[in-house]
Write a new protein. Structure first.
Length: 256
C-alpha cells in the first residue's frame, strides 16, 4: 500500500475532525435526544449479537479492539457490559482523542496510529468493533488495506461488529456510503452472522425524538427505508492464505 496515499487520507480525516470539533460537541453526545437514540440503536444490536453468537456470557475473558475508538465512549460501554478493561484496546489516528481516552481509561491499551498498520500481533482479538469508520475513508485502496489489517488481528472464529452509513451524504463530500455488497467485498472470506438496517434518518430523528420517543421508535421499527445505517456482524473462519507477521511495538516502545 502506498504510504503517501495513507498519510494523505489520515491528514484529510484529522483536518475534518479538527474543524468540526466533534469530540466535545454536545450534539454528538447523549445530551442530544436524537443522538442518544442513535447510540442506543447500535448498543442494542451489539448486545443482541453477543447473545446470538454465544460469547456474551464470557465477555470478561474476551480481547476486544475498538478500531477508530475516538475518545473512548464505546470502550466505556464495553466495560459497563462486563468486559475486562485490561483486555480492551482502542486505536485511532487522532492524537487529542486517544490522549483523552487514555486519561479516562488508564487500564485500557489505547494507541495512536500514525499509519493504518494496527500495532498488534496477528490473531489477537476475539471481537473488533468498527463504528462509522469506513464511510470516512474515501480511497478504495485504503479501505481495502484497513479491512486486511482488521482481518489480520482478528482471531480465527473471531467476530467483527461494524456499524456505518449506507448512503452518500449529498451535503458532505467527506462521507462515502458503505453498502452491504461493499462490506462483503471488504471481508469476503467471512461468514455473515447478522445484517440489519438501523438508525432512523437523522433529519427525521432530530424532529421526531424530542416530541415523542415512543413514536420515533415505532417509525424506526416499522419503516426500514427510513433507516440510514447498517449493522453487520461477521465471523472469521480459518485463513485460507497465511497472513504476514508484522513486528509489533509494545506500550514500552520495544518491538516483539
Amino acid at each position: 500500500m502506498n504510504t503517501q496515499i495513507i498519510k494523505d487520507e489520515i491528514a484529510r480525516v484529522n483536518a475534518i475532525y479538527s474543524e468540526r470539533k466533534f469530540d466535545f460537541d454536545c450534539n454528538y453526545s447523549g445530551l442530544n435526544p436524537a443522538y442518544l437514540q442513535r447510540t442506543q440503536s447500535i448498543e442494542k444490536h451489539i448486545l443482541i449479537t453477543l447473545n446470538k453468537t454465544g460469547v456474551g456470557s464470557r465477555i470478561s475473558s474476551l480481547n476486544i479492539l475498538d478500531f477508530g475508538c475516538g475518545k473512548g465512549k464505546w470502550l466505556a460501554r464495553w466495560i459497563a457490559w462486563g468486559a475486562d478493561p485490561s483486555k480492551l484496546a482502542g486505536v485511532d489516528i487522532r492524537k487529542d482523542a486517544t490522549s483523552y481516552a487514555s486519561s479516562i481509561l488508564p487500564h485500557c491499551d489505547i494507541r495512536l496510529m500514525d499509519s493504518l498498520d494496527i500495532p498488534y500481533q496477528n490473531d489477537t482479538y476475539d471481537i473488533v468493533f468498527i463504528n462509522s469508520v469506513f464511510t470516512s475513508i474515501l480511497n478504495e485502496n485504503v479501505r481495502m488495506f484497513v479491512a486486511s489489517e482488521i482481518n489480520r488481528v482478528l482471531k480465527p472464529h473471531g467476530i467483527i461488529m461494524l456499524s456505518d452509513f449506507i448512503y452518500n451524504n449529498p451535503r458532505n463530500p467527506n462521507v462515502r456510503g458503505l453498502t452491504y455488497k461493499h462490506i462483503t467485498r471488504l471481508f469476503k472470506d467471512m461468514t455473515i452472522v447478522t445484517n440489519s438496517r438501523i438508525i432512523l434518518a437523522p433529519p427525521i430523528a432530530r424532529r421526531l425524538v424530542p416530541v415523542s420517543w415512543k413514536l420515533s421508535k415505532f417509525v424506526e421499527a416499522a419503516f426500514s427505508f427510513l433507516k440510514t445505517h447498517r449493522f453487520v456482524a461477521l465471523r472469521k473462519e480459518q485463513s485460507i492464505e497465511p497472513i504476514a507477521v508484522r513486528p509489533v511495538q509494545g506500550r514500552d516502545g520495544h518491538y516483539f
